[in-house]
Ligand binder design. Structure first.
Ligand code: HEC
Length: 126
């Protein structure tokens, strides 16, 4: 049986790890590493709509189209856990910014519809 004192000693440690994980933006998805081929595919993906593609290139691509801390465009293992939050939450996080992501994903002239379309494109790759 685990003694109460052991549990008491373990608790601050668990909290410290949780706080650290939160600060570093350590999500389950971040632990999955895309291959070079998958990163190359992400670099070349663009939204089909030309106007949206221009905004994507100007704003989201530099973080989401390369290997880094942002979920990679079109790479399902990075997006599946985030999609589970639902579009309203994803949109709110994009508008407000989330840890390493600046507000509006740096697209200050993007409408909500455009941000939704960009999120759908980035999370599905199409
Ligand atoms: C300066 C870098 C940067 C730019 C530019 C950027 N992002 Fe991000 N984005 C990130 C990072 C880093 C994360 C992961 C944040 C985290 O969970 O710690 C992220 C996460 C996200 C998420 C997931 C949010 C969630 O709730 O899990 C969405 C959606 C997103 N970005 C959309 C966009 C869109 C759309 C654009 C372009 C309009 C954009 N981003 C531009 C860095 C960026």
């Amino acid at each position: 049986m685990i003694s109460l004192s052991l549990l008491r000693r373990a608790t601050p440690w668990c909290l410290a790890v949780t706080a650290w994980a939160g600060l570093t933006g350590c999500q389950p998805a971040a632990s999955v590493t895309p291959s070079d081929t998958e990163v190359l595919a992400a670099e070349t993906r663009r939204p089909a709509d030309a106007a949206l593609a221009a905004k994507y290139e100007r704003s989201c691509l530099s973080c989401h189209g390369v290997r880094g801390s942002a979920p990679l465009t079109g790479y399902a293992p990075h997006w599946t856990p985030r999609l589970a939050q639902g579009m309203p939450t994803l949109l709110a996080h994009t508008r407000e910014g989330l840890r390493g992501m600046p507000a509006m994903g740096l697209c200050h002239d993007c409408s909500d519809d455009e941000l939704r379309a960009l999120i759908t494109f980035m999370s599905t790759g199409q």
